[in-house]
Design a protein around this ligand. Sequence first.
Ligand SMILES: *Cc1c(COP(=O)(O)O)cnc(C)c1O
Length: 395
Amino acid sequence: MTKTLEAFLHEGLASLKEQGLYNTIDVLEAHNGPIIKINGRELINLASNNYLGFANRDELKAADQAATQKWGVGAGAVRPINGTLQIHQDLEAKIAEFKGTEAAIAFQSGFNCNMGAISAVMTKNDAILSDELNHASIIDGCRLSGAKIIRIKHQDMADLEEKAKAATESGLYEKVMYITDGVFSMDGDVANLPEAVKIAEKYQLITYVDDAHGSGVMGHGKGTVKHFGLQDKIDFQMGTLSKAIGVVGGYVAGTQELIDWLKVRGRPFLFSTSLTPGSVAACITALDLIMAHPEYVDQLWENADYFKAKLKAVGFKVAKSETPITPVILGDEQLTQKFSQALVANGVYAKPIVFPTVPLGTGRIRNMPSATHTKAMLDEAVTVYEKVGRELGII
Ligand SMILES: *Cc1c(COP(=O)(O)O)cnc(C)c1O
């Protein structure tokens, strides 16, 4: 006899709960800002990706409302049928301007962008060299493509070179791609793109950078590729409209031919209804704001540097982060969970990240300071960290 769905679900849930891996979801009772409200309590929020506070910004809300009035709440169809409204075109032109490329294509999310874009270009005749800490959506996109996936040790350029050489000289593959996060979301380290580009040029690799955590953050907001001045060297500049941009959606910026191809082969673009007019308008406004106001991004970095320095000063081990992502490394998984609960009890909302998301024994609390936190909020968060750290014998 095969297993019933009921048995599968029941056993699966029980097993997750037993291992402490069953995640309950907190519900916010107001917008996702520097202070959030959960169960009637106000907490300093260090868990969201809303780097610039754009998720609740007045200019974006106004643009969303105006576009909804003008264009309606839905696009009405998938892009190639008749779900391409003028503002979808405007958004793509804006993204290309933002990224310094010939063209861009927008998807409904960063996740489905990776699923669609990787599999539009890579096939079972190809190989993909993929950093072992790449985001889940990259991993799934690579799997979907059917290409041979070759794991690269995290940020290990010698390993990349060795495997690039082996893959290209093997004669087994038609094309070979190197794919990496621009900023790694769990440690906050930045991809070594200058070195990776050298290797890519030597072995004629296709290059794909997922800059979900770099756009609006690195390169005065324009991203990690721009930070290194490599706009002409990276084939796919992928990003999301849901983090610093504050709304929803994903994109690839690149050459006109690449975008032409993705518009006929990117399956979420072809078969899933396009972004809502309101979201599109809000994204355009966000990109305009970032381009016109570098001080928003500067404020994010100032807050992040301030918060990191204070955490270190009271004795916490902050991982080798080079970006606002601020992981406080605690090690033990149980301790990490306990620490996070104590933070919440004391008014600070920050998420524990443990195995299997990160290696065993490297449990951490991941903090995401934003441009909209005040110094007083960050000071208060550090005070709570210090209190909890002493109570749990960490500092
Ligand atoms: C968040 C994230 C995504 C997914 O983006 P969404 O727009 O939220 O779907 C993709 N890649 C990376 C590296 C991310 O951090």
